[in-house]
Design a protein around this ligand. Structure first.
Ligand SMILES: [Fe+2]
Length: 447
């Protein structure tokens, strides 16, 4: 018996001593320039070597390395560490298909590939969008993997709430999730924003695992250009988790100032003529028709912090900011369902000229939070608000094509109905800056 116990102890100690240098959780993001692509991955132990990417068009003939790797210590009771490697490929040729793998002397990933954006802005940019996916019941996953690997989309926008939750089991759920999306995210840029399920330890799993371009420097807010669109990603959660830091209110103000500067730059006549569409993603919606209780986002419109801004002061309102700078289209999630809204500002429907979405007089909001997750779908109020055009609690995701300077095409795909398009919308506009005039034509609603 004593011998068996000793043997068991030996095996266990050997297991503890095991080290893992194999790259995993490989994912791409757009970089600061169209000719950049950022690839980020994880090893479970420090490699004590530089982090390499070998890449090329016909062969893995080019190499770029980063000498640093970041230790990420999870906030759980194990204070478990993983090591984050991030390398930027530069001088990429436009419109080319590249192959690549990541790692170094101690181990290489599989070979993946991606396609760079064309140089000019005259191409249709294709996205898949969704929020609230999760490790368990990630219903939309296989369909999205096929889209990414078949070259049917250019990029993903994941509108917050990833693994339910990344910090669970001392951040092992984060590892599982990032490996689960590798068959998508190693092939197309996986552009993200934080949700409430990433809030643990001041969003540390989110801030460390993703490498978005510019902005806050830790992926909380940033922007990038693609085709005829300027895409902005921001954190709705700074309005809800400001108590996480003694500088909480400052986080709201910092983000707001950055958003205003970014929107101002995107609205110079030259910039807006080149990229007429401004598209935003954030996690928690301003408007929704779900029965999520009297104090949550959908049924507490007067208290909605994104609409109202800082309580009592009515300052730093995101709704007012996006209206002022002509943000055309806003994507949110959090509610586990799909909902398309009529153009809306300040609780007032402001439809366009020929039809609702022809030259809309206010931003269009879409809630797309139905990719999966273990919490199930969210029901709707029996009588939706006047700004609700349509809704569905089918599992699914959204496909968006920024077709050209005057047309955006949106489709909602239902996984429950075998990939069927259950909603189709087209937004058209004649002017690059829509110059919303909802406040002139309609009485201002009470806040
Ligand atoms: Fe959420």
């Amino acid at each position: 018996m004593e011998v068996i116990v000793c043997l068991l102890a030996l095996v266990l100690s050997a297991c503890e001593a095991q080290v893992f240098f194999q790259p995993e959780q490989v994912h791409l993001a757009y970089g600061a320039q169209p000719s950049y692509m950022v690839v980020t991955w994880v090893t479970l132990n420090h490699t004590n070597t530089p982090s390499y990417v070998e890449y090329g068009i016909d062969s893995l003939s080019w190499v770029v390395k980063n000498s640093g790797q970041k230790e990420f210590v999870d906030g759980g009771n194990e204070t478990r560490s993983i090591f984050i490697h991030s390398v930027t490929m530069t001088h990429l040729k436009p419109g080319e298909r590249y192959m690549y793998h990541v790692g170094g002397p101690l181990g290489w990933s599989d070979i993946f590939y991606f396609r760079t954006m064309p140089t000019n802005t005259d191409f249709s940019a294709r996205f898949a969008l969704y929020g609230d996916m999760g490790n368990e019941n990630a219903v939309a996953l296989s369909s999205l993997q096929e889209l990414a690997q078949s070259g049917s989309i250019d990029a993903i926008l994941h509108v917050g709430d990833f693994a339910y939750d990344m910090d669970t089991d001392n951040a092992r759920y984060g590892d599982i999730f990032m490996n689960q999306i590798q068959p998508i995210a190693a092939y197309v840029p996986y552009m993200v924003c934080p949700g409430n399920h990433e809030a643990a330890y001041n969003f540390s799993n989110y801030r460390n695992r993703f490498t978005m371009p510019g902005g806050s420097g830790d992926s909380l807010f940033y922007s990038f250009n693609i085709g005829k669109a300027h895409v902005i990603s921001f954190s709705t959660e700074v309005y809800y988790y400001y108590s996480y830091s003694k500088y909480g209110w400052l986080q709201i103000i910092n983000q707001y100032k950055w958003l205003e500067n970014d929107l101002r730059a995107a609205n110079t006549p030259e910039a807006r003529a080149q990229r007429p569409w401004i598209i935003v993603q954030g996690h928690k919606p301003m408007y929704c028709s779900n029965n999520d209780g009297p104090t949550e986002q959908c049924n507490n419109l007067k208290g909605n912090l994104l609409r109202y801004g800082i309580p009592s002061l009515h300052a730093f309102s995101i709704e007012d900011l996006f209206y002022k700078y002509g943000v055309d289209l806003q994507f949110y999630a959090h509610e586990h369902s799909y909902e398309r809204l009529w153009p809306v500002y300040n609780m007032t429907v402001c439809n366009g000229t020929e039809s609702a979405y022809d030259n809309p007089r206010a931003p269009v909001h879409v809630i797309t939070g139905s990719a999966g997750n273990r919490e199930g779908q969210t029901g709707f109020n029996p009588e939706p608000y006047p700004w609700s055009a349509t809704h569905s609690d089918d599992y699914g995701y959204t496909l968006m094509t920024v077709v050209n300077a005057t047309l955006i095409d949106l489709k909602q795909i239902s996984i429950d109905k075998g990939g069927k398009v259950i909603d189709h919308m087209m937004i058209t506009k004649e002017k690059s800056n829509p110059g919303f005039d909802c406040h002139l034509h309609h009485q201002r609603a009470l806040l």
